[in-house]
Design a binder for this molecule. Structure first.
Ligand SMILES: Nc1ncnc2c1ncn2[C@@H]1O[C@H](COP(=O)(O)OP(=O)(O)O)[C@@H](O)[C@H]1O
Ligand SMILES: [Mg+2]
Length: 357
């Protein structure tokens, strides 16, 4: 029981810490914790930009009547942080371990696990006071992070447990895609959508970290960081930490960020598009080969091509045909298709559309 009460994510963080510490004795302090953990909001008030969610959640915290929750939205927008902070506020650090069960995708979560772990934990009865005498809600919280990766049967098994244990247990499901959660589960939860973070909020958080870590930076550097992370603050913070390691005691510039994020130079993208519009198949083929050989990720090329294509002087029909193909290519890449072939098939469609003018 104790083993999984701790939750695997905290354990793996500890492992990383232990690994990172030796060897870099001079900078041990700065490097021991990943910054995403170090700067994770400690209380719900620190969660930025998700005002509606925080307001509703705080109301529930005051009254201590929490419904089952379902958080959904893109990565790095504060979903995990919010429920962790809320549980900590509810139970305090001491009771936390007894009252909160955290399971994420790295845990085995087939139907068997839901039946056993979740059921065992949900059936424990709880008191309405803390060890320090303060009142606390008479229930436990089970957090199922990345719930969209749970199998259908496991989700179905959860449905019954959720209902049966409703007196003593609240569930918090977290996912990126709400469409992957079965309807009987979504209808049993209050749903909260997490918005991608606005640029200015991201900038604010990043500048805050820069100040705390004593980093030097240029304005363009931070702007580039916000742009490449596309509303995902976790990504932005991780890039910032890598950048800080790369340019010790120097300024973090736009160039550093572009390098770390693997952004394809816009010249290369323009060149590829122009070749598609005017060049021959051979030239397109070799341009793609060069890019893939340089080590640029196809998903990155795809997203930059997308940005660029919609600004081009093409008619609606051409643009829609191209973007439709992009969606297909994106799916294939997610499924592990060959990068070179996918790019080639996309560029062929761009060529075909451009020449149909
Ligand atoms: N709304 C937010 N307010 C403050 N920090 C945030 C917010 N969203 C993300 N972060 C930062 O990004 C990191 C990852 O957030 P997390 O809650 O794990 O995202 P999610 O679970 O939505 O993918 C956190 O450590 C925190 O530093
Ligand atoms: Mg998360």
């Amino acid at each position: 029981m104790q083993a999984f009460l701790k939750g695997s994510s905290t354990q793996s963080n500890k492992l990383q810490k232990d690994k990172a510490a030796p060897g870099t004795s001079t900078e041990k302090r700065a490097r021991s914790v990943p910054w995403v953990e170090k700067y994770r909001p400690k209380c719900v008030d620190e969660v930025a930009f998700q005002e509606e969610v925080v307001a509703v959640l705080k109301k529930s915290l005051e009254g201590a009547d929490l419904p089952n929750l379902l958080f959904y939205g893109p990565p790095g927008t504060g979903k995990t942080s919010t429920i962790l902070a809320a549980s900590r506020e509810l139970f305090g650090p001491q009771l936390y371990k007894q009252r909160v069960l955290e399971l994420n995708a790295s845990d085995e979560r087939g139907i068997q696990v839901v039946r056993q772990k979740v059921k065992n934990f949900a059936q424990l009865t709880v008191a309405g006071t803390r060890t320090d005498g303060k009142k606390c809600p008479p229930f436990k919280i089970i957090i199922l992070d990345e719930a969209d990766s749970m199998t259908g049967p496991a989700q179905a098994a959860l449905r019954r447990t959720m209902e049966k244990e409703s007196r003593t247990t609240r569930f918090c499901l977290i996912c990126n895609y709400i469409s992957r959660i079965i309807e009987p589960l979504t209808s049993r939860c209050s749903k909260f959508r997490f918005k991608p973070l606005a640029n200015w909020i991201q900038e604010e958080r990043l500048l805050d970290i820069c100040a705390k870590e004593n980093l030097k930076y240029s304005k363009e550097g931070i702007a580039a960081l916000v742009k490449v992370s596309e509303g995902d603050l976790r990504k932005a913070i991780t890039f910032l930490q890598s950048a800080a390691r790369l340019v010790i005691d120097q300024e973090i510039t736009e160039k550093t960020i572009v390098e770390i994020a693997g952004v394809v130079p816009s010249k290369m993208i323009d060149n590829l598009l122009q070749t598609c519009f005017k060049g021959t198949f051979e030239k397109v083929q070799s341009a793609i080969k060069d890019m893939v050989d340089e080590g640029y990720a196809a998903t990155q090329i795809l997203s930059q091509l997308h940005e660029s294509v919609i600004k081009q002087d093409l008619n609606d029909k051409q643009k829609s045909a191209i973007t439709e193909k992009m969606a297909v290519v994106d799916k294939c890449l997610v499924d592990g298709a060959d990068e070179y072939l996918q790019m080639l098939s996309l560029c062929s469609v761009i060529m075909e559309q451009a020449s149909s003018n």
